[in-house]
Design a protein around this ligand. Sequence first.
Ligand code: DC
Length: 231
Amino acid sequence: MISTKIIIAIDGFSSTGKSTIAKQLAKRLNYIYVDTGAMYRAVTLHAMNRNYVTSDFFDSTKLILDLDNIKLSFVFNPELGFAEMFLNGTNVEKEIRTIQVSKLVSKVAAIPQVRRKLVHEQQNMGKEKGIVMDGRDIGTVVFPDAELKLFMTASADKRATRRYKELLDRGDDVNYDEVLQNVQERDRIDSTRKDSPLIKAKDAVEFDNSDMGLEEQFDRIMSLVNDRITK
Ligand code: DC
């Protein structure tokens, strides 16, 4: 029996628990975990800091001209057990998770030049395989030949409730309706944009986890993984 390293691509709507599952899988398999949403969020934070984007204004040309100056890196934090996002040498893990960034990220992620830069970096990270990557276009664009593709869904209400709790736990001042609206608006923009819209890859296995516990989900996914890595 030969055990081979594979690429696991996890796509799906926001707050479907992709990153929780991805982190668990990476830990169990001793694989690298890459949260591509964090990369789009970091580019958005940069655009906000430079005033290229606000709620009613977006100078995408300025952002495109500045893309070469945006250096993204993941630095593993052994205490947390996963890698944190750094933007031009600064840890931005907290700033990128705010509702302000969530409200603007889909606009920034729709720009083809932004996507091209990030997809290129993501493909480089997966060259050696042994990687779990989550996002919106991983199984369709970044790694169309990934050995295992998962597509996660859950009702908008369940997802908004999860995100709302996360934000409250972090001490953010948000209300549920605002979070639900953001989840629905991002679903709409992410699935209707021209460049790499969020769609399920033909060969992806779909998981609706509205009512599925984490343990059950993890066990089912691990059995799919074992099928792929032992030949
Ligand atoms: O996974 P997340 O919610 O942190 O992602 C933030 C946004 O980034 C999401 O609304 C869409 C965008 N995104 C994307 O377009 N492509 C990816 N591979 C990952 C995220």
